[in-house]
Ligand binder design. Structure first.
Ligand SMILES: [Zn+2]
Length: 251
């Protein structure tokens, strides 16, 4: 048997992630009370979307090229949801809604897509043709960085829910008008994989990360880790779980 420690999942290695030292410190300090709700939490409060035992400067800020709306199933256990991580790391671009609340989706002013697999779903690569058939974006773009001018979409909707609960949200008529996009097949690194779900069923934070990476590769330039920090908490927690598993295996 190999003596080597189990290698980190290759999908999570080589990421450009800010120092995890503040998370190591916070972990040593132990659980603390969330200043908003008083619940005992580690790193952040998934109910309030607030940092716990960490300062804003301890956590990287990621700027996204599109606005992201996450629709959370009301029965989804907050502690198992990774949606709040996106909100904490990209607060200016991410909004979380609890179903049946859904965001205002005005397709006359923005190009909006829903990330969901299915027979009619297009790939990220096909977005340009779909929205810009005449060679011009259907939507007048706000003046900004040159990058944003080439991006065919402005808003992306994700559903944060277990595999089984998703159908109630996806069949909501308010979402029917949105074109669907699916991610290229990726395997999840999520340690709380749901029973019966395929290993391509990603945690929400993984799905957001891979979507943005695809978008960047197709419409901007070479990807050089711009959104890697979205996995700041995810990669740390993944590392912890792996360590715990190894320790349990050796005991
Ligand atoms: Zn709280």
């Amino acid at each position: 048997m190999s003596e080597d420690p189990q290698p980190e999942s290759s999908a999570l290695s080589g990421l450009k992630i800010a120092s995890h030292a503040p998370l190591d410190d916070a972990q040593r300090a132990g659980r603390m009370k969330c200043t908003r709700c008083g619940c005992s939490r580690m790193f952040f409060c998934y109910s309030c979307g607030a940092l716990v035992g960490l300062q804003p400067g301890d956590v990287p800020r990621v700027t996204l090229p599109v606005k992201i709306d996450i629709i959370k199933h009301p029965n989804e256990t907050d502690g198992k949801s990774t949606a709040v991580q996106a909100k904490l790391l990209a607060p200016q671009d991410v909004t979380i809604h609890t179903y049946p609340c859904i965001p205002e989706l005005d397709q006359s002013t923005e190009n909006i897509v829903l990330v969901f697999p299915g027979p009619d779903a297009m790939s990220v690569e096909e977005l340009w043709e779909y929205f810009c058939a005449d060679g011009r974006p259907r939507v007048k773009r706000v003046k900004g960085e040159a990058e944003s001018l080439r991006c065919p979409i402005q808003r992306v909707v994700f559903i944060d829910s277990t595999w089984n609960q998703t159908s109630r949200i996806i069949t909501d008529e308010r979402l029917q008008a949105l074109p669907n996009v699916e991610l290229k097949s990726r395997k999840t690194c999520f340690w709380r994989r749901q029973k019966g779900s395929p290993d391509t069923y990603l945690a929400t934070i993984e799905a957001i990360y891979y979507f943005l990476k695809d978008l960047h590769c197709h419409y901007f330039c070479e990807y050089t880790g711009e959104y890697d920090n979205l996995l700041f908490f995810f990669s740390f927690l993944h590392k912890l779980i792996n360590k715990a598993k190894q320790a349990a295996g050796k005991a």
